[in-house]
Write a protein of this length. Sequence first.
Length: 347
Amino acid sequence: MWPYWVLFLVPVLGVISPWRLDYSARLFAFVLVSIFFTIMIGFRHEVGGDWFAYLDHFSAISSQGFWDVISRGDPGYYLINWIVAFFGGSVYIVNLCCAALLMYGLIRFANKQPEPWLSILVAVPYFLIVVAMGYTRQSVAIGFILVALCCLSEKNIFGYLCWVALGALFHKSAIFFLPIAALSSSQNKLATWFWVSVTTATGLALFVLDSISVVWTNYVDSQYNSEGGMIRVIMNSVPAILLLFFYKNLKIDTGLQQLWIWMALISLSFVPLVSLAPAAVDRLALYFIPIQMFVFARLHLLSRNVIFRTSIVLAVILYYALVQWVWLNLSNNAGSWTPYSIYFFRE
C-alpha cells in the first residue's frame, strides 16, 4: 500500500513547505507533480475494479473500423483506444493519455484555489486513487468538468459548455452537468438559459437519448447497490454544509457564490436520493467531488489567527489521511487496488 501513501505525501509536502514559490517556480512544481501522478495512474498494472473490462474494450476496439468506433457510446475514450491500437500501442498508453487529461483539469482547478496543494491533496484518496485508477472514462470526464468550472469562474459560458460536452464524449453522464451554468448565472440570465437549454437538449439527443433505456435499466431500475455510495455522498455533503454556513467567510468571488451554493445544495440533495437509486446517484455525485477540493482548500480562511489557520490545515490533512486509510484497509473493494503494481515492475 505504500505507493498510495507516496501519492498522498507529495501534496502534503507542498502544503507544509515553508517556501512561497513565485508563479514560474510553482508552475514548474505543478508540472513535475502532474507528470508523477500521470505515470503512477497511467502505468498501473491490473489495478482497479474494471481493469480487465477496459483491457477487453481495448482488444475489441483494435479490430474495428473508425466509423464503428466513433458510433459507440463514449466515443472520445474509444477513439483514443483506436488511435493507440492503430499505432501499435497498449492499454497502458490509453491510461497514460487519460491520466494526463484528468491531471490537466485537476492542476488548472487547484491553481485557482487559495491553497492549491491542499486542493490536490484532497483529490488524492478518492478522485485520484479510486476514480482515476478504477473508472477511467468518468475520471477524464470529471477532469474536463474541473476545467469547465474554471471557465465559469472566468465568466466564459461558451468555454464551460464546450468542456462539459468534451467530458460527455468520455462519459455521457457528464451531460447532466450542463444546466449548472444556468443555475449559477448572475448576469444575462435569459441569454444564459437559452444557450444552456439549447446545448443541453442537443447533448441529450446526441449522447443520452439513444441509450436512455439502457442507462435507466443499469443505474435506476435495477436492484444494483453501489456499495459505499452513501459514504461517498456524505463526503460531498460535509463541505457542502460548511460552504452554506460560512460562504461569506471563505472569500469566494461574488460572481461565483451562486455557483457554489447550487453545487452545495445539489450535493446535499443526493443524500436522500442515494437510497432510491444508489448506482445512478453515486455516479452523478462523482461530478461534485470538486466541492471538496474547493471548500477544504479555503477552509483555513475562516480564521485570521495563524495558529487556528494552521490547525485547520492540519485537520484537513489528517481527515483525508484517515479517509485513505479507511478505504485501503476496510473497503471490500480495495482488493482490486492493492497491492499497487506498475507496468515497469509487474510480475
